[in-house]
Design a protein around this ligand. Structure first.
Ligand code: SAM
Length: 330
């Protein structure tokens, strides 16, 4: 398989795989979880860690060098720290990071460190306990905030805080969240809401990244920060005098499809070449029916030819992604 690389029809080099290891979550965020309860996947329906590791090894042989582990909530899946240790041991990966809601983080920081994971993204939509409960359905703000501070104290770096900006819910807190970058070296990332799944949050108009920038300017001069090799699509700024940074992720108002280098593996073994398209390639069936590594690699290489040039959610206002964000992984 050596020599074959993941280059799609638009000459984009795909080297970044985001893996959702579970569709289960210990929060119930209004913009993420489905309106009606849907059955969660059974243990047998999700890929085993061995299956995921095999696909990652094949991915590495095709040029994957960066992995993000996500969910659902990745820290709720049993065996995650052993899995992360195995992932870390694979040769060829240059960057492994984790996205978590941090509810279970504090008591597991040491295990994460031992597994070699120091780059974490923590979802934090508010600094207000009541609002946290309103958004997530759980009274866990204190736990999460304490985990953020402990992670910082232990030297986790960078710590990225992800905030989905929801009009009328938490947009009034953008300034307070951004001001955290004066006190801590955190990267506060404001994310445009994306219409994915059947979440209860469908309020419009949404707040676009340019609107967010206008608001943030009142905190001081926004100094653009050059993106590093492993940076995602965030437009990065430092507010003059701040230790940390702010970032804007504008999948809707100013999509970054042209630079997209991502593939996603869902918990049930679907390879998705675009977060905002419902098209996928099943890998679980072939994995479990005895396909060789070469055959699996061929399926992956073939799937990327269908990676769309750009998503259609901005040009078609009624369009929605049908699969839930909680199972795709963000
Ligand atoms: N449970 C983990 C967490 O909360 O970070 C990982 C999974 S979560 C699906 C990954 C990211 O997707 C979170 O930062 C979340 O805020 C974001 N997200 C979920 N639904 C979204 C939506 N409709 N639009 C934009 N971002 C969304």
């Amino acid at each position: 398989m050596s020599g074959i690389k993941l280059i799609d029809s638009y000459n984009r080099h795909l080297n970044y795989l985001r893996i959702s290891i579970t569709d289960r979550c210990n929060l119930n965020c209004c913009y993420c979880e489905p309106r009606k309860r849907i059955m969660k996947l059974s243990h047998n329906e999700i890929l085993s860690y061995e299956e995921i590791l095999r696909l990652v090894r094949i991915g590495i042989s095709l040029g994957i060098t960066k992995i993000r582990v996500t969910g659902g909530e990745p820290l709720v899946r049993k065996g995650i720290y052993e899995f992360l240790t195995c992932l870390r041991a694979l040769k060829g990966l240059e960057d492994i990071s984790l996205t978590t809601n941090a509810v279970l983080l504090e008591e597991n920081l040491e295990r994460l460190e031992k597994a070699g994971i120091t780059r974490i993204n923590i979802s934090l939509d508010t600094l207000d306990r009541d609002k946290f409960k309103q958004i997530t359905g759980h009274d866990s703000f204190e736990r999460v905030w304490s985990a953020v501070l402990k992670a910082h104290a232990r030297g986790f770096n960078p710590i990225k805080l992800n905030t989905v900006v929801l009009p009328g819910v938490n947009d009034d807190e953008m300034m307070d969240l951004a001001k955290l970058s004066f006190a801590y070296p955190f990267h506060i990332r404001f994310i445009e809401y994306m219409p994915i799944g059947t979440s209860t949050f469908i309020r419009r108009p949404q707040i676009s990244a340019p609107d967010m920038i206008d608001r943030l300017k009142s905190l001081g001069r926004l100094i653009p920060v050059k993106n590093e090799i492993w940076d995602g699509p965030a437009r990065r700024f430092k507010i003059e005098g701040a230790k940390g940074e702010i970032g804007l992720i504008s999948a809707m108002s100013h999509h970054f499809c042209r630079q997209c280098n991502r593939l996603r593996l869902t918990a049930e073994g679907r390879l998705r070449t675009c977060l905002l398209s419902d098209r996928f390639e099943d890998l679980k069936g072939p994995l479990r029916s005895g396909c060789s590594d070469k055959q699996l690699a061929d399926i992956i290489v073939n799937a990327i030819l269908y990676k769309p040039f750009a998503h259609r959610l901005t040009t078609d206002s009624k369009a929605r992604v049908h699969e839930q964000m909680s199972s795709i992984g963000g």
